[in-house]
Write a protein of this length. Structure first.
Length: 257
């Protein structure tokens, strides 16, 4: 199998299959899904942290060489800044759209459009991350795809609910949710051809990928976990975050042999 086809297939898995798996949560009884989803988010947090700090960042430093460690650090900071700005723009756009529409139905419709646009951009970026990882090595690509899929599943559950609230039927919401996953394939193909022409930029692309995973985990997922601070829930969260990190560490060690 060619490298491009491998990248396309795994980008499709990360962007489309994760949306399909996410829908399973919506057919589970509401009380049960409400219990399961926070646990999945805790695990996804650990998977993202593990992929960023145990796989992507070490690989970036190794590929760049010890003398370029500071440049990799600068790329990591730049990546965090980029993701911060992107999130700010999305929040601003969402708030601006809410003020423009006086009725709740119009706001819901606007939210549905924002979700589709935001998901498409997010998935395109995920495709870039997967392609950059596979261009480095097959094992790193597998670990990165797993981390992408892990955080996409709970993300897609929330987006599906927003689309239904915006007035779409469940089948149409499902179809559109799956369709946004095509953007991950587009992003992956673009990154494949772009990075192959500039392989020297690959370590810095990996650092940007690590920054993306760190930002999603620290700024996106962890604040939600703090909404429940009772000792039992906190202990379960710590254990599941640790499990996510452990799975990535195990996969990295296994595939690296």
């Amino acid at each position: 199998m060619s490298l491009l086809l491998t990248i396309v297939l795994f980008a499709a898995f990360g962007g489309i299959a994760s949306a399909a798996v996410a829908i399973v949560f919506l057919w589970v009884r509401e009380e049960r899904s409400a219990l399961l989803l926070p646990h999945f988010i805790s695990f996804a947090t650990g998977a993202l942290l593990g992929a960023a700090l145990l796989a992507l960042l070490p690989e970036a430093i190794e590929k760049a060489g010890p003398g370029r460690a500071r440049a990799i650090g600068a790329s990591l900071i730049a990546g965090l800044a980029v993701f911060f700005v992107i999130e700010k723009l999305v929040l601003w756009w969402h708030a601006h759209g809410s003020h423009d529409h006086a009725h709740a139905q119009a706001r819901d419709h606007a939210s549905g459009i924002l979700v589709l646009v935001g998901d498409s951009l997010h998935n395109a970026l995920d495709g870039v991350l997967i392609a950059a990882a596979f261009l480095t090595s097959g094992p790193l690509g597998l670990v990165t795809t797993f981390a992408v899929a892990a955080h996409e599943i709970p993300h897609r559950v929330g987006d599906f609910a927003i689309l239904v609230q915006a007035g779409l039927s469940r089948p149409r919401a499902l179809l559109l949710n799956l369709a946004t996953g095509i953007a991950s394939i587009v992003g992956a193909i673009a990154a494949y051809y772009g990075l192959r022409q500039a392989m020297g930029a690959l370590p810095y692309a990996l650092a940007l990928a690590a920054a993306g995973f760190l930002y999603i985990a620290v700024a996106g997922l962890i604040p939600g976990l703090h909404r429940r601070a009772d000792p039992r829930t906190s202990a379960i969260q710590v254990l599941l975050i640790g499990a996510g990190i452990a799975v990535i560490a195990w996969a990295e060690r296994l595939t690296g042999q």
